[in-house]
Ligand binder design. Structure first.
Ligand SMILES: [Cu+2]
Length: 167
């Protein structure tokens, strides 16, 4: 009984918070069996009048979740970890293939298939933690992002983009 009311309190607290930060259209990239990592994308809306940042992420789907972005350098798209993702007051940021993403490193259940769900907790600079449910989807453009940093797995990447297995 006591546990129940505690849970209820926690739930109520997060419900109040939920109006200040919204996460929409979350999804995680489907992977071929050989690929140890995936990525999650979403829109994050900051309804507060203060600038905030996503400072870290965790996921039930992978051992580690990192905040990443992409950048063109010498004509090559590079992926690297960022300490935070800023969202201006009353503004939003979109995590998408080729840009910011939550990198899921060391998938616990491989491969990630459509109809699966990935749970991600986003931690914000104001102390809020937002739980996100990201359905697994095939992402064509995700192929590009996989190629750097993991050059060796080029073939596997094409699979992830749905081009593999066709006769
Ligand atoms: Cu990444």
């Amino acid at each position: 009984m006591k546990l129940k009311s505690l849970l209820l309190m926690a739930f109520t607290a997060s419900t109040i918070y939920a109006s200040t930060i919204q996460v929409e259209n979350a999804y995680a990239r489907a992977t071929p069996p050989s690929l140890p990592n995936s990525a999650a994308f979403m829109s994050v809306i900051n309804n507060t009048d203060k600038d905030i940042s996503i400072v870290s992420a965790t996921s039930d789907a992978s051992k580690v979740a990192e905040l990443h972005t992409h950048d063109m350098k010498d004509g090559i798209m590079k992926m690297y970890q960022v300490p935070k993702i800023d969202i201006k007051a009353n503004s939003s940021v979109t995590l998408k293939p080729g840009g910011f993403h939550v990198m899921l490193i060391g998938l616990k259940n491989k491969p990630l298939k459509e109809k699966m769900n990935v749970e991600i907790n986003l931690k914000f600079s104001n102390g809020q933690i937002v739980k996100v449910f990201a359905p697994v989807k095939k992402v064509m453009a995700g192929m590009k992002m996989g190629n750097h940093g993991m050059m060796k797995k080029k073939e596997a990447m094409s699979c992830g983009a749905g081009k593999c297995g066709s006769k």
